[in-house]
Design a protein around this ligand. Structure first.
Ligand SMILES: Cc1ncc(COP(=O)(O)O)c(C=O)c1O
Length: 443
């Protein structure tokens, strides 16, 4: 049997003889390559160490004169963990709530088969902020989407009376809902699907933002369709914002065919797009939504499904569950993630700072029209797309931004997304945009 000795915190965290503070960026890369699955391709030569302020990280880069050593530099967090840290890194109020509840309130860890008092607070806060009747807690984003998928199927059989086994859930091309087998069954991204089949049946895709395609499908197969399950704005696809009248028309169409509108607000929720939830920007009300990411305040994975009584009431004991979904710490963090969203008026700040950032993007586009093709966004979910030339490479832009001290990442070859914390200050937006301008100029 191997001997394992673990001691220390932070840089002194030591596993046998390996102390974290002694590792160079190359050492980290080698360990990840040797001991980890290669399901990500992280930016080269940089390791994040700790937080400086709500939008600034401290990272380590190789020292120029000694490969075994590193230097520390500031990095503006232009991505905030793909919108999981809307409230800002280490949001003090959420951190205080966590520490207080663990230390002073002696927070227990119990499963859902026994009631705990914090669940009531979680359900009150989540139903109030979403305006939905009922909520079911989960852990990761994809789980919230998957539960909406299951609930839509159940509603289809039990309420709409779709013949058993014939239910269809409609999705949109370019969708991203996560990595479970159900989610990749809906995906049309070959990288996400390759050799993971057979996929689950009963899924059909329509082109995103194409009302007529949806209408035709509903007219053809509406009696078997339980739901249209879709992102209100597509995030991973490169921040695709549908036409202003798309969602109101879709909502009406769904009602006319007795089909649920199920929205994945995992990335777009919690103030990101300038409203608490992106569907509100379009004046529609889905029957059910899935939330995650910033639902955990950037501290803990917390997700939930919120929906109408008619849909959520199809759940019965034993039909769903999650050991850590809504356990006491997740409930407290979930409540404080919402308290921060409301108290700091994060949706409003996203709107104001988002306009500021989009103005910068548009100025850069005007100055370099041969490089930037399109600028897209709502609130602080923003992206620009470059023309489709080999030398206009999104990855190169990410690497150059990193050299300038900004963390942002390409979504596809030529699109780069910016989604900083919703607490970001005006001067930090200006700073980030100036650095981006320098990078674009040099391409
Ligand atoms: C719209 C959407 N749904 C679901 C997910 C999956 O969330 P998680 O990675 O927490 O499972 C993501 C993640 O990026 C997302 O953007």
């Amino acid at each position: 049997m191997s001997e394992l000795k673990i001691t220390g915190y932070g840089d002194d965290l030591t596993i046998n003889d390996m102390r974290l503070g002694d590792l160079s960026p190359k050492d980290h890369e080698n360990i990840e390559k040797e001991k980890g699955g290669q399901n990500y391709k992280p930016l080269e030569d940089v390791v994040v160490s700790h937080v400086k302020d709500s939008s600034t990280l401290i990272c380590r880069k190789p020292s120029e004169d000694n490969i075994k050593a590193y230097i520390e530099e500031e990095l503006i967090d232009g991505l905030c963990c793909y919108s999981a840290v809307n409230q800002g890194q280490l949001n003090q109020e959420i951190v205080d709530a966590v520490i207080h509840h663990l230390q002073n309130e002696k927070l227990p860890t119990v499963p859902r088969s026994i009631r705990h008092k914090y669940m009531s607070a979680f359900l009150m806060a989540t139903t109030e902020i979403t305006g939905m009747d009922k909520v079911v807690p989960k852990v990761s984003g994809v789980e919230s989407w998957e539960l909406t998928f299951k609930l839509c199927r159940r509603w289809g059989y039990q309420v709409k009376n779709i013949p058993q086994g014939k239910g269809i859930i409609v999705g949109a091309t370019g969708n991203f809902h996560g990595r479970t087998v159900a989610a990749v069954s809906m995906s049309d991204d070959p990288d996400a699907r390759n050799d993971f089949g057979p996929f689950i049946p009963g899924i059909e895709l329509v082109p995103y933002n194409d009302f007529d395609a949806l209408k035709n499908l509903f007219e053809e197969k509406g009696e078997y369709i339980a739901a249209y399950s879709v992102e209100p704005i597509q995030g991973e696809a490169g921040v695709i914002v549908p036409d202003d009248d798309y969602w109101p028309k879709v909502e009406k169409l769904c009602k006319a065919h007795n089909i649920l509108l199920a929205m994945d607000e995992v990335q777009t929720g919690f103030g990101r797009t300038g409203a608490n939830f992106a569907h509100q920007l379009f004046g529609v009300k889905p029957d059910i939504i899935g939330c995650g990411k910033a639902a955990g305040g950037g501290i803990l994975p917390v997700s939930f499904v919120a929906g109408s009584k008619e849909v959520i009431n199809t759940l019965t004991p034993g039909s769903e569950g999650s050991t850590f979904g809504g356990y006491p710490l997740a409930s407290v963090v979930g409540v404080y993630a919402i308290k921060t969203l409301v108290d700091l008026n994060l949706a409003e700040n996203a709107k104001i700072r988002g306009e500021q950032l989009m103005n910068h993007f548009n100025d850069i586009k005007d100055d370099f029209p041969d490089k930037i093709k399109e600028v897209r966004g709502k609130g602080l979910l923003t992206a620009f797309e470059m023309h489709n030339h080999k030398h206009l490479d999104g990855h190169e832009v990410s690497v150059e931004l990193l050299n300038q001290g900004v963390y942002a990442k390409e979504t596809h070859h030529s699109t780069v997304r910016f989604a900083p914390a919703l607490t970001i200050k005006a001067w930090q937006i200006d700073d980030m945009a100036e650095k981006l301008r320098n990078v674009i100029k040099e391409l």
